[in-house]
Design a protein around this ligand. Structure first.
Ligand code: XUL
Ligand code: CO
Length: 441
């Protein structure tokens, strides 16, 4: 365990809030955890989490070049001492930024040893160490997950593998990852279908694969109940990358799958910004689809690069983006089990440990501003009022009868026959965009 005097980031102070006029790169300009917004602290609205896989395990390699990240604490071995030291580094990192939640994959925190029993024993040992670090720091696990996409055995899927033994291996790995999450008091558990999809229908039985994926999720629900794990299960939609066709391609596809297989009562969605844009949607579209189904659970906060077109997992800096996300979160009444997990990595050129801090400070400030702007939009009230008035014709008369399922087609024909041509009001999109810009100050 890390001794109090020892530091892996000796040059980095505890990151303070200094306000919008500060020029200190290692200070928050907008994220003031105790500041109240709509009567609740920023800390409790935003529930920031850091992703273990990006902070501790992402070497920043790309398809054309070697990893660049400088990690002075690493000996790059699969040893448990290396894994535990990494955990110490991560918790110092969380402490200095004031990030109180974290997320992990089983193989981020403990090594894959190409042997289920050995890998699981390693995970259990590192989990015990992580539990001590949580206890000492008060940090909480937002969610855990199993990496069912990295190892070659999963190259053709895990829950959707054509090979039943691979399915069994994936299920066994899910069991061990749920156990670790449960042991750490995790508030949730995510299923991202990393390779749950296909590249060609020439070799794929789509119907059987979907049935098997649902079977895996039902087995996980049964297990969760059996061991008394009360964390929320989430599915994380994403199209393409890695499979050409992912079964969980967007929020609507996931909701349809969950309904079809009678899983909707046990799952919510974990929506990620860069996944939404890869699906050809905006993030607020995906959030709205999830909210409408009562199924928005958590958010993987990042942003993509529209010029590159793959999952670049960049830190969120776009204030329109963070504002629109926070408008949806406020509209929903805030997170319950979920939060804002920075599923984001530095650019390959930002290879120094210091850049980890700049990246998270920027993301936290961008969301703090988004929260303040969203609250200002709601206090201003013009956008909300406009939408209410736009749909006012549904509140009485023929509109109300349709909404209440009282009207008949014959009645509507009679209504139209005895009324003049409808006059539709302007949607005023540009005026509303101007109002949003007025609130961004
Ligand atoms: C991949 C992705 C994953 C999930 C967890 O694009 O977002 O990191 O969040 O497996
Ligand atoms: Co993600």
């Amino acid at each position: 365990m890390l001794s109090a005097a020892m530091s892996y980031f000796p040059e980095i102070p505890q990151i303070p809030y200094e306000g919008p006029t500060s020029k200190n790169a290692l200070a928050f300009k907008h994220y003031n955890p105790k500041e109240l917004v709509e009567g609740k602290s920023m800390h409790d609205h935003l529930r920031f989490a850091a992703a273990y896989w990006h902070v501790m395990r992402n070497g920043l390699g790309d398809p054309f070049g070697a990893p660049t990240a400088v990690m002075p604490w690493e000996d790059y071995s699969d040893s448990l001492s290396n894994a535990k030291r990494r955990a110490d580094v991560f918790f110092e990192f969380l402490g200095k930024l004031g990030i109180d939640f974290w997320c992990f994959h089983d193989r981020d925190v403990a090594p894959e040893l190409n042997d289920y029993k050995k890998s699981t024993a390693a995970l259990q040992e590192v989990t015990a160490h992580l539990g001590q670090l949580q206890q000492a720091s008060g940090k909480k696990l937002l969610w855990g997950t199993a990496c069912l996409f990295g190892h070659p055995r999963y190259s053709q899927g895990a829950g959707t593998s054509p090979n039943a033994e691979v399915f069994a291996y994936g299920a066994a790995q899910v069991k061990a990852a749920i156990d670790a999450t449960h042991a750490l008091g995790g508030l949730g558990y995510v299923f991202w279908g990393g390779r749950e999809g296909y590249a060609s229908l020439l070799n794929t039985h789509m119907g059987r694969e979907l049935d098997h994926l649902a079977a895996l999720l039902h087995l996980a629900v049964d297990y969760k109940r059996a061991i008394g794990f009360t964390g929320q299960f989430y599915i994380e939609p994403k199209p393409r990358e890695p499979s050409t066709h992912q079964y969980d391609s967007d929020a609507a596809a996931c909701l349809n799958f969950l309904r079809e297989y009678d899983l909707l009562g046990d799952f919510k969605l974990n929506i990620e910004t860069n996944h939404a844009t890869l699906a050809g949607h905006t993030m607020e579209h995906e959030l709205t689809v999830a909210i409408n189904a009562g199924a928005l659970g958590s958010i993987d906060a990042n942003q993509g690069d529209m010029l590159i077109g793959w999952d670049t997992d960049q830190f969120p800096t776009d204030l329109y983006g963070t504002t629109k996300v926070m408008l949806k979160v406020l509209e929903m009444g805030g997170f319950t089990t979920g939060g804002l997990n920075f599923d984001a990595k530095r650019r390959r050129e930002s290879h120094e440990p210091l850049d980890l801090f700049h990246a998270h400070i920027g993301g936290m400030d961008a969301f703090a501003r988004g929260l303040k702007i969203a609250a200002a939009v709601r206090a201003d009230g013009r956008l909300g009022k406009f939408v209410c008035e736009r749909y006012a014709s549904w509140n009485s008369g023929i509109g109300q009868r349709v909404e209440n399922k009282k009207a008949t087609l014959a009645e509507l024909a009679e209504y139209v026959s005895s009324h003049p041509e409808p006059v539709i009001a302007s949607g005023r999109q540009e005026m509303l965009e101007n109002i949003l810009n007025e609130c961004i100050c």
